[in-house]
Write a protein that binds this ligand. Sequence first.
Ligand code: XMP
Ligand code: MG
Length: 186
Amino acid sequence: METGDPVPPPWASSLTEVLLGTSQIASRVSEIGASLSAHYEGLNPVLLIVLKGSFIFGADLSRSLSVSHEVQFIRAKSYVGTESTGEVHVTGLEGVDISGRHVVVVEDIVDTGLTLRQIRKKLTGMGAASVESCVFLKKETDRRGKGTPDETWVAFGIEDRFVVGYGLDFDQKFRHLPFVGVMKEA
Ligand code: XMP
Ligand code: MG
């Protein structure tokens, strides 16, 4: 499924277009993997994959790294349906030893930046040696919180539309799509 292809029949009633196709995603992920590999040579970083949305991006990114690294998973919940609740619940950090470690937070999508900001704050408080972020999608929006630091690596900047696939869901559906599609307006 390539960028701009017609939406496959099973999803045609829910999605308006194929925004990012599989080969475009794959080549961008390997570029980013090369960049991270150069940056983290010899540092044995921790990839902190934020579930559920980053499970596919995180898996592909990890496999694109040519340097030794560890993988951990956390949860961050901030959305119900397509609306922000303004609250972020981060769980799973209790079991992760972050102190003195170089951490890369792997996120599916950044909108206001609130989720990532809260996660970063916790990690810094836990004594991480460094905290960088690697996000699959970044929405170009004016909802972005003031003073929010830029993400270190961004695979794609996208318009402010609700997208699904490659890990991203609408009410837990569509995560498995191997491409990123745009949801039809309700
Ligand atoms: P903030 O505002 O904290 O939002 O940067 C990040 C979280 O919002 C969710 N989100 C989306 N999820 N399609 C999705 O499936 C979207 O278009 C979308 N926009 C925001 C997502 O959970 C992300 O972690
Ligand atoms: Mg998410």
